[in-house]
Design a protein around this ligand. Structure first.
Ligand SMILES: [Fe+2]
Ligand SMILES: [Fe+2]
Length: 391
């Protein structure tokens, strides 16, 4: 049972009791007054602890839905062309031993020998990346929360719905390939990994995009770039460890992420063109709230801070770092020509100043944090049979 505490008329703060696994209480806020934008409380069973914040829904004024309807043809001509036809797409099987072939066992043996050269901390990063990819149902759901672009039927013929389904189908190959590859290495605890995936999909994600395609496409622009960077870095490191097959696997996934980044950044570029003020406000809003990683609710049944631990290893190995976060922000500011946009409202001008100066502020904070950094602890990861890795 959640404990309800009245705050102000119509508002309530919900505290959920600590669960049996010793995790800290979860706090969420909910409104009992039907208003727009709406505020909802978190669902119970699969919600790990997280900071208290309002879950805002439908913050985009309904009349703006028309903008996305009017962009149908534009999306068909500019966004759908960035999808790759299935017949021209790579498939996981292209990079894996063929289980129907005579040479299967030899190929698997070779793959396993090669994988012995790769250190445990690298596997923590690769497993975390794979789990992130495997929570794809959550990301398709997230796209279908967005007003004006959601797939209304499951087989809708709007450009937006066609994009979302085909994007999902392309992304589905990423988790498949990494999952099968990691299974064959014999280096990782597949059952623990599978449990983490089940927990993660059950928990969802909380990107705070408020059903707004403005916020949603800024979020996906950022995220596709982030995954492009992290898969690119696991490719680079695999090469350094002498595993060219694995480098190829990570590299081919990174190339997809880059193409997806091109699509999402193009959508936001268009929004800046036709609605600069609200797009600027949305950009600043997303960055103020900070871009949460899609797998931030990750849990394996054991480690209450699994995502933080995985992120720390990724930071130390240079797979995905605080510097990358600032670099992505810089990249997007340049990509959308944010500094040059004119004719904004007072609020729009403030938002512009905020996003244009944020990357340097993040870098300064990061440098200070680095200066204070203590000796990093060693932590066991269930994904690698409890072997210990330095954070
Ligand atoms: Fe992906
Ligand atoms: Fe992606």
């Amino acid at each position: 049972m959640a404990l309800r505490v009245a705050l102000a008329p119509g508002m309530a703060l919900y505290f959920s009791p600590t669960k049996g696994n010793g995790r800290s209480p979860r706090v969420s806020m909910a409104s009992t007054i039907p208003s727009s934008p709406k505020v909802e409380s978190l669902k119970k069973p699969f919600s790990p602890p997280m900071e208290a914040h309002l879950q805002v829904t439908h913050s985009m004024p309904p009349q703006k839905i028309e903008i996305f309807k009017s962009l149908e043809d534009w999306a068909q001509n500019n966004i759908l062309v960035l999808l790759k036809p299935v017949e021209k797409s790579w498939q996981p099987q292209d990079f894996l031993p063929d289980s129907s072939s005579e040479g299967f066992y030899d190929e698997v043996k070779e793959l396993r020998e090669q994988s012995r050269e790769i250190p445990d901390d690298y596997y923590v990063c690769l497993v975390g990346d794979m789990i992130t990819e495997e929570a794809l149902p959550t990301y398709q759901t997230m796209l279908n929360t967005l007003d004006g672009v959601r797939d209304e039927t499951g087989a809708s013929l709007t450009s937006w719905a066609i994009w979302t389904r085909a994007w999902t189908a392309e992304e589905n190959r990423h988790g498949d390939l990494l999952n099968k590859y990691l299974y064959l290495t014999g280096r990782v605890d597949m059952k623990q990994i599978e449990k983490t995936i089940q927990y993660l999909i059950g928990s969802g994600m909380d990107p705070r995009t408020e059903n707004s395609p403005y916020l949603g496409f800024i979020y996906t622009s950022f995220q596709e770039r982030a995954t492009f960077i992290s898969h690119g870095n696991t490719a680079r490191l695999a090469k350094e460890h002498g595993d060219l097959k694995l480098a190829q696997i990570c590299g081919i996934i990174a190339a997809d992420e880059k193409r997806h980044e091109t699509a999402y950044t193009k959508i936001v570029e268009k929004l800046f063109e036709i609605d600069p003020d609200d797009t600027m406000l949305a950009f600043a809003d997303m960055m103020k709230k900070k871009i949460t990683m899609p797998a931030h609710l990750m849990y394996d049944g054991r480690d209450d801070n699994l995502f933080e631990h995985f992120s720390a290893v990724a930071q130390r190995l240079g797979v995905y770092t605080a510097k990358d976060y600032a670099d992505i922000l810089d990249f997007l500011v340049r990509r959308w020509n944010v500094e040059k946009i004119t004719g904004l409202s007072g609020e729009g001008n403030q938002a512009q100043d905020f996003v244009c100066t944020l990357a340097s502020r993040i870098r300064r904070l990061e440098e200070r944090a680095q200066g204070r950094a203590k000796q990093a602890p060693h932590i066991p990861f269930s994904w690698i049979y409890g072997r210990v890795v330095q954070l």
